[in-house]
Ligand binder design. Sequence first.
Ligand code: FES
Length: 104
Amino acid sequence: MPCQVSPYVCHVFVCTHDKCSERKACATTDPAKFREQLKALVQQNPALQGKVRVSVAGCLGVCAQGPNVMIYPQGLWFSGVTPADAPHLLVTIEALVAGREPPA
Ligand code: FES
């Protein structure tokens, strides 16, 4: 089984409560739609091409604080995410890819 270094600077996981047994906070919005929104923003930035992947995570294990977004390998966790947070997440991703500190 080959093992390689990830090709992505940031791998963004957006929970979509597909596998969540609680279906609480993460189900209060449309995280699949949010993921598509964030993915589109990333794709519009040429500096992020091939460096960022926005993926669906059925459940990130912290449903009560959802919807959740986690970014690896930086290990950043955003909870209670709403569609209005997409621009802030994009700025964070841009900073990480550029090797800068992300905004607070
Ligand atoms: S569905 Fe479990 S963390 Fe979002």
